[in-house]
Structure formats: structure tokens, C-alpha cells
Design a protein around this ligand. Structure first.
Ligand SMILES: Nc1ncnc2c1ncn2[C@@H]1O[C@H](COP(=O)(O)OP(=O)(O)OP(=O)(O)O)[C@@H](O)[C@H]1O
Ligand SMILES: [Mg+2]
Length: 377
């Protein structure tokens, strides 16, 4: 029997339609990334979740410039182009399922932790709304706000403070996804922040504190998950693209060739005693970006342990860049913690022939998979 142990968190306000009932037993999860659009289709028969289809379209083959870039912490994407690409993928893969969950990138989602004094459950919603403007960099009228109590008990007798995870998504971003859904004729009842989809792809979260580091092409996200509950999430502006761009610049290579060089040996030459000089040089260039991510990750872990008196016990790497050769070992040696690469397909049924392929590509599919799982709940 397939069993997911994660206590799912529901952020219900991002629904595109008011009633979130899904009757279909098939669902597709769609992750619109900077380097590719990934789609995972799952089906559920009883308690058994099966992989029906998966695939991606690399945008390198379609565009010179990524259609998702940083600007005022929001998305700059061409909804109509994305819609057309998704429709083409669905047609090519003969996916007939119409129910889809899209994920909203973490860099256009504001995650903040706030602390409030002890109060009753009834008072809490107003208090959160009252405090929110101090923490959200956009006017409240421009965002959809949601929140969850992550520590403390409202209406409790003790004077312990209440810790809240506040999540805000700009209306503009939600509208862009609404357009994509219209173009693709997909039935998209709600959207989900990437961090929550990723959390659902974790298979063992019980009673430990996990540092979840997702490294994509344009951005990385460092989240802390304590006993299956998302405590905090931070988006970082460094990821795989920067590694490739530095290699291209240093060795005067095309972007394509620099990608190849990055994927071939990554930073593993630096972990070995005997190093070939050229590879060593390339690895050092890549390492510069990896170290910049690690500095931020360490800072986030330290802040968490200082404020909550809890240490991150284990680190899980996800995202396409988690496949960088040597990254797991390097993270482990610097952070002095157990480091694992996410394996989101572990509780999913799929043809055995896919075993090796899925193992290889799975870190990049964790978000799309988590979104599809949400649709099956
Ligand atoms: N084997 C590999 N070794 C090193 N890097 C890899 C490997 N495979 C993929 N990558 C890198 O992973 C990145 C893509 O990851 P992913 O698909 O998670 O990003 P994305 O979702 O498109 O981007 P973002 O989330 O930042 O918008 C690219 O930078 C790519 O070069
Ligand atoms: Mg991504």
C-alpha cells in the first residue's frame, strides 16, 4: 500500500475556483521552470499511485533568453508562449487528463515568519492581517495572503508566543497562471507554492528537522521542515545557470558546451586526491557558485537553530542542480551533516524499465510530482 506520511499543509486561498473538490483519479503537475517546463501525470487507483507520464521541454531549444527572470521579485513570463508549449507537450505525450496543478515559483512567493503574543483563536486572523503589512513588501491589496500557525497554541494558558508562517502571492502572478490555464484548457482549480509541492515529494519526514535545498537553474530555495511542517523558506538568486555562465566565460565556451562540461564531472575532481588540471580548474569555477549557495544555507540553518533551539539534522538536495557530480559529498563535508538527494518516485508505481532513468532525473521532477500528488488528495 502506498502511504504518504507527510501531514499535508493546505493553503486554500490560492484556489482559482472556490470549490476544491477533485473527482478525477488522474492529475498532472506542472512546474514552469527557468530552464524547462516539467510535467508529471499520476493516477490513483485505491491507494496505489502510478506514474502515467512525465516529460519536459527544455527552453534552451526554444528561446535564447529564459522567459522567467527576476524583476521586482515577480515573474516576467509570457503566458501565451508557456501555454502553447504546454499544449504541445500534452498533445505529443497524448495526455488526456484535464486536471492540473501548477506550482508558483518560490521567488514570486513571499514567505515570512512572524511572532504574535498569545491570543484566542478568534482574534488570530485579524491580528495576522494587521501585522502582515510590516512584513510583505507589496501593498496588501496586491497580494493573496495566507498563513499557518507553526508553533504555539492559540488560546493556550501559557504565555508562549505564537509563531506564524505567512505566505503571500501577488495577484499579478496568479492572473498569469490563470491565463496559462485558459490557453491550455486545463482545469486548474488551484495553484501551489513550489516549496509545498516539494515538501509533498519528501517521503520520510517524521520527527526530524530537515534542511531542504532545491537548486534549479535561476534560483535556489532553502526551506526548513520540522516533523513534516514547513517552518521557513528562503529564495536565493544563485543556481545552475550561474555555474554554466562562469564556465562559459572562463573557458570561452558556448552556453551549450559549458553545460556539457558542468554536467560531465561537476565538482567531483576536487574531492579526489589525484586531479587532472583542466578538470580541476573547471571544478573550481563551479565551486565558487556552490560555495555562495552554501554560505546562505549555513546562515539560514544557523538562524533557525538560534531562534528555535533546534538543529537541522539532515539535508536533502533537490532540483536539477542536485545532479551536479560531487555536490552531495561536498555539502556533507562542509555542513558536517548527512546529505541525501531527493528520491520522490520511491512510493510511486512505475514500469521497472524506468528505474535508472527516474533515479537520474528525479531531483528535477520533485516539484511537478508533488503538485500532481496534491491533485490526487
Ligand atoms: N547532471 C547535471 N549536473 C549538473 N547540473 C545539472 C545536471 N542536470 C541538470 N542540471 C542543471 O539543473 C538546472 C535545471 O534545474 P531545474 O530543472 O530544477 O531548474 P528550473 O526549474 O528550470 O529552474 P528554476 O527553478 O531556477 O526556475 C540547470 O542549471 C542544469 O544545468
Ligand atoms: Mg525550478
Amino acid at each position: 500500500m502506498v502511504k504518504f506520511k507527510i501531514p499535508f499543509q493546505r493553503f486554500s486561498k490560492f484556489f482559482l475556483k472556490p470549490i476544491p473538490h477533485l473527482t478525477s483519479t488522474n492529475c498532472i503537475g506542472i512546474d514552469v521552470g527557468t530552464s524547462s517546463i516539467k510535467i508529471v501525470e499520476l493516477s490513483k487507483i485505491g491507494a496505489r499511485v502510478k506514474l502515467e507520464n512525465y516529460g519536459e521541454t527544455s527552453i534552451l531549444t526554444l528561446y535564447k533568453n529564459p522567459f522567467r527572470t527576476f524583476e521586482k521579485n515577480t515573474l516576467l513570463l509570457s503566458s501565451s508562449d508557456i501555454g502553447k508549449i504546454i499544449s504541445a507537450i500534452l498533445e505529443e505525450a497524448a495526455i488526456r487528463t484535464k486536471t492540473a496543478i501548477f506550482t508558483i515559483p518560490d521567488f514570486s512567493t513571499f514567505f515570512t515568519n512572524i511572532e504574535l503574543p498569545q491570543m484566542s483563536k478568534k482574534e488570530l486572523p485579524n491580528a495576522v492581517n494587521f501585522a502582515a503589512p510590516q512584513y510583505i513588501p507589496l501593498p496588501l491589496s496586491e497580494v493573496v495572503l495566507d498563513w499557518q500557525l507553526i508553533e504555539g497554541k492559540a488560546g493556550g494558558r501559557s504565555k508562549t508566543k505564537l509563531k506564524i508562517l505567512l505566505v503571500a502571492v501577488p495577484h499579478e502572478v496568479i492572473n498569469q497562471y490563470r491565463k496559462i490555464a485558459e490557453i491550455t484548457k486545463l482545469e486548474t482549480k488551484f495553484l501551489e507554492a513550489e516549496a509545498f509541492a516539494l515538501l509533498r515529494s519528501l517521503t520520510k519526514t517524521d520527527k526530524i528537522t530537515i534542511g531542504l535545498v532545491e537548486i534549479g537553474a535561476q534560483s535556489a530555495t532553502c526551506s526548513i521542515v520540522d516533523s513534516g511542517v514547513l517552518k521557513s523558506s528562503h529564495s536565493l538568486n544563485i543556481a545552475g545557470n550561474e555555474m554554466t555562465q562562469s564556465l562559459a566565460k572562463t573557458f570561452s565556451l558556448s552556453y551549450k558546451d559549458a553545460e556539457k562540461l558542468k554536467k560531465k564531472r561537476g565538482i567531483s575532481p576536487l574531492l579526489k586526491e589525484v586531479q587532472e588540471q583542466e578538470e580541476d580548474k573547471a571544478a573550481k569555477v563551479i565551486l565558487f557558485s556552490v560555495d555562495s549557495i552554501l554560505v546562505e544555507v549555513q546562515r539560514i540553518f544557523n538562524n533557525f537553530s538560534r531562534s528555535g533551539k533546534k538543529e537541522v539534522q539532515k539535508v536533502i538536495l533537490a532540483g536539477g542542480s542536485a545532479q551536479l557530480p560531487g555536490i552531495r559529498e561536498y555539502f556533507s563535508s562542509v555542513l558536517k551533516k548527512e546529505v541525501e538527494i531527493i528520491n520522490p518516485f520511491v512510493n510511486i508505481f512505475y514500469p521497472p524499465i524506468l528505474e535508472e532513468t527516474l533515479k537520474e532525473i528525479s531531483p528535477g521532477y520533485a516539484i511537478a510530482l508533488g503538485a500532481a500528488l496534491r491533485g490526487l488528495e
